[in-house]
Design a protein around this ligand. Structure first.
Ligand SMILES: Cc1ncc(C[n+]2csc(CCOP(=O)(O)OP(=O)(O)O)c2C)c(N)n1
Ligand SMILES: [Mg+2]
Length: 803
């Protein structure tokens, strides 16, 4: 027996043997699932399969070191780990492959994610936090390679916050910051910038993060020589190794088939990260892919015979079996019997999962068939309807599309008839949509009646002789109130700490609340975002600052792929109520006049996008968001920090409601809709237009997502009968979105007497010079002329052509 194994003196040999044989069974079960899973895809029962074969043994070791309260942030190879922590079994594995929409059957995502994308439930039935310290946690995986990295940083940092910041209620989230965040990534995915950015940031922050690299030398077909300098990720990261000169990482190397050394390595990593809060990198090499990358191809195409032979020999399960036999934990015959038994269990589990997936759909089909047959019998178009019926009946394994599309096609055949059967069919279709559509569409936002749009407006209050102060003072006072009211809030960003952000909206707050709660961080937007996501997933209320809106593009992939999809992809079982604070609109130059709102709103559905016109409105949004549990981006006006606003007396209390527009100037002739800094231009143009007899109504959208939930804009258009959307974004951007909502969702087209218009920026980004803004974005004269031209068309005598 290996000397390393003997160290486990506390266990009796019998217990020890049982544990090892349990591990062996898990490894074999997981492998059998992979093998059978691939066959299910090839025979067409499932669409796509990506499995954990060849990576089983290190995951057993990881699971042993993983404790309650810990978090995983990993990727699609980790099925063995999920089985080992008790969060995945044979049936749920196959339910994932079949994309069963029932969360009970498919707890990872209710069929919303491909199999192999794992998660655990952080929220209970009512959407409230469960006690995360009493369970093993996995943040929900995403497919973009290395996309799990930024969030991992935040999951780890939360432990540091919980250990060192006083006054937070840690009950559901932490036991003195003893939780480790465990990352997994494939060797090839370490080529991504997100990997390096996260590694550096975790080294700087010194957080309890253990990063495992599953190294099988390949990324699909591309060999390590095209991926990694020196073909060795731990070698090139050696400079991160901590030593007497300073902080850094503990870097460990281990062979992926060496069971006892893996266990020892993971225990050591766990200990270092947990107690010292030092990050650890474990490079697990010599792993294999027995079935190639995924069901989309075969690895014989790109691996030579030598490599394939080596993979057969060094397959971690083969080596584990040899180890079990060599150390007399079981005989070959005993293992054969175990293998045989597991094969049967996996086959049975697969069958059960398939029935569980199919049976409800069969029942739904029976129900629609009854309805359709009744319709057919009473219809003139019986021949055609019967054909649809018989097609549906002959489908051996129907899906919901088959069921519903048959019903909808039949309805067309009876649209001109009037019968009780037809009505039944209409009702059946509507009821089916009502029941089934949410299975595919729910939980993009918080669907419950405690969502952010339910938080009522609270107006700012002012003393009669309220002082006019710089906008940045309004926002700073409000942050001060927020930090004293909510101990779990933190803000971090480039220059957010010592100087209190580039515009001094956080001035003095680091001194007051400490370096962990008001923090400077490196220039690394994607991981600033990820830091926020991870911490929000562990019960904190982070405010991640992106210095300028223009630079949000670095983080946009993570906002879009991770933050915006989190609630949806877990069907409401995880959330990250992260607030993203940034500033943009109308300053100067190509990269400091951010207005790429069209791009943003179309990429972040699932996150609220708020565009306050001044700092009081912005502060009110923060106050609203902290009373709710949804993620949001707040874009402050970059040119508004030095503009004067009245100082409210109820900082921290007043609330700007989400999805509610505000009419900032009443008028009768045309409705002008805009948001943010452009409103100041419009307000000025409005005065000038009044001088020539055009009385415009100006509406501040305030909140792009959600958009005008009370449909107030159409009420204005019903009065003015004319509409113009003015936006500093390019044409087709946010203005197109706004126009679509007003015309199509709110049906404003009915009230229009003139063509609905948009006035937008030029297609290029603003030139830097003082005049860049004037010649790039709508100016006072542009607004004046555009509105004037509307009335020139209506009444050229009164409004002669200008130019
Ligand atoms: C950003 C992104 N680019 C490409 C892909 C397609 N893709 C999926 S897995 C993969 C290879 C990953 O290899 P590796 O990280 O070594 O993990 P392994 O599958 O070998 O375990 C690629 C290119 C993706 N999912 N995301
Ligand atoms: Mg690989």
């Amino acid at each position: 027996m290996s000397s390393k194994i003997k160290q486990k003196e506390e266990l009796s040999f019998a217990d020890f043997k049982t544990e090892i044989l349990n591990d062996y069974k898990l490894a074999v079960t997981s492998r059998e699932c992979s093998l059978l899973g691939r066959r299910e895809v090839l025979t067409g029962k499932a669409k796509f399969g990506i499995f954990g074969d060849g990576k089983e043994v290190p995951q057993l070791a990881l699971a042993k070191a993983f404790k309650n309260g810990d978090f995983r942030s990993g990727y699609y190879r980790d099925q063995t780990f999920m089985m080992a922590i008790g969060e995945l079994n044979i049936e749920s594995f196959f339910a994932g492959l079949y994309a069963n929409t029932d969360l009970e059957q498919e707890p990872m995502s209710g069929g919303r994610q491909m199999g192999g994308h794992f998660s655990t439930h952080s929220l209970d039935q009512d959407g409230n936090w469960k006690n995360l310290t009493e369970q093993k946690n996995s943040s929900s995986d995403i497919s973009p390679t290395a996309g799990q990295m930024p969030r991992l940083l935040g999951l780890a940092q939360a432990s540091k916050i919980y250990r060192h910041v006083e006054g937070i209620d840690t009950t559901n989230f932490s036991n003195e910051g003893n939780e480790v965040a465990w990352g997994t990534i494939g060797n090839a995915s370490t080529s991504e910038g997100l990997f390096f950015e996260t590694i550096n940031a975790a080294g700087v922050l010194q957080v309890p993060m253990v990063m495992s690299v599953w190294d099988d030398e390949y990324g699909i077909s591309v060999h390590a020589r095209h991926q990694t300098t020196k073909e060795n990720i731990s070698d090139i990261l050696r400079g991160f190794q901590r030593n007497e000169d300073g902080n850094g990482y503990e870097i460990l190397n281990v062979k992926g088939w060496d069971y006892p050394t893996l266990i020892e390595t993971y225990e050591k990593a766990s200990e270092i990260a947990r107690t010292e809060h030092v990050p650890v990198l474990i490079h697990v090499n010599e792993l294999t892919q027995p079935q190639g990358h995924s069901t989309s191809g075969s690895h014989e195409r790109y691996k030579n015979e030598d490599r394939l032979a080596w993979e057969r020999e060094f397959d971690c399960n083969v080596k584990f079996r040899e180890f079990v036999i060599a150390n007399s934990f079981a005989t070959e015959e005993e293992l054969d019997a175990i293998d045989k038994d597991i094969k049967k269990q996996v086959r049975d589990g697969k069958k059960a999962a398939w029935s569980n997936y199919l049976n409800p759909i069969i029942t739904e089909r029976t129900s629609v068939l009854d309805t359709l047959k009744a319709v057919s019998n009473s219809s003139e178009n019986k021949v055609f309807i019967d054909k649809i019926i018989s097609n549906l009946e002959t489908i051996k394994e129907p899906n919901r599309k088959d069921v519903l599309s048959s019903a909808r096609q039949v309805l067309r055949y009876v649209v001109k008839e009037s019968s009780a059967e037809k009505q039944n069919l209409q009702q059946w279709i509507n009821a089916y949509f009502a029941k089934i559509q949410p299975e595919y569409s729910s939980d993009l936002y918080n669907d419950s009646d405690s969502n952010a749009t339910t938080i009522k407006e609270v107006l700012p209050e002012f003393d009669t002789n309220a002082e006019d102060v710089d906008g940045r003072v309004v926002i700073r006072e409000n942050f001060d109130a927020i930090f004293s009211k909510y101990p779990e809030t933190l803000v971090f960003g480039e220059d957010a700490g010592a100087i209190g952000d580039v515009n001094q909206g956080l001035e003095g707050l680091q001194e007051k609340y400490g370096e962990l709660r008001v923090a400077d961080v490196g220039i690394r937007e994607a991981t600033i975002l990820g830091q926020g996501i991870g911490m929000a997933m562990r019960g904190l209320r982070p405010i991640a600052e992106i210095q300028y809106l223009d630079y949000i593009l670095y983080a946009l992939q993570i906002i879009s792929d991770d933050l915006a999809t989190l609630r949806y992809r877990t069907k409401g079982k995880q959330k990250a109520p992260l607030i993203i604070r940034t500033r943009g609109h109308r300053l100067e130059g190509i990269w400091h006049s951010g207005s790429q709102m069209g791009g943003i709103i179309n990429l972040v559905r699932g996150v609220h996008v708020l565009v306050p016109r001044n700092m009081t409105k912005a502060a009110g949004f923060y106050n609203t968001l902290l009373e709710s549990d949804e993620p949001a981006i707040v874009v402050e006006c970059l040119n508004g920090y030095r503009l004067k606003e009245k100082m409210p007396t109820n900082s921290g209390e007043y609330k700007t409601p989400l999805g509610v527009v505000e009419t900032i100037k009443e008028g009768t002739d045309i409705t002008l809709v805009s948001y943010g800094s452009t409103l100041r231009i419009i307000t000025e143009a409005a005065k000038q237009l009044l001088e020539v007899g055009i009385n415009v109504e100006v509406i501040d959208v305030q909140s792009l997502l959600p958009f005008d939930i009370n449909h107030d804009i159409v009420k204005s258009v019903a009065k003015t009968n004319r509409l113009m959307v003015i936006d500093e974004d390019v044409s087709g951007g946010a203005s197109a979105f706004i126009l679509d909502k007003i015309l199509n969702t709110q049906n404003a087209y009915k009230h229009l007497d003139s063509k609905p218009l948009t006035l937008t920026a030029k297609e290029h980004r603003p030139a830097y010079g003082t005049d860049g803004d004037y010649f790039s974005k709508p100016s006072i004269e542009d607004v004046f002329e555009a509105v004037y031209n509307v009335f020139n068309e209506v009444n050229p005598n009164e409004f002669p052509t200008l130019r």
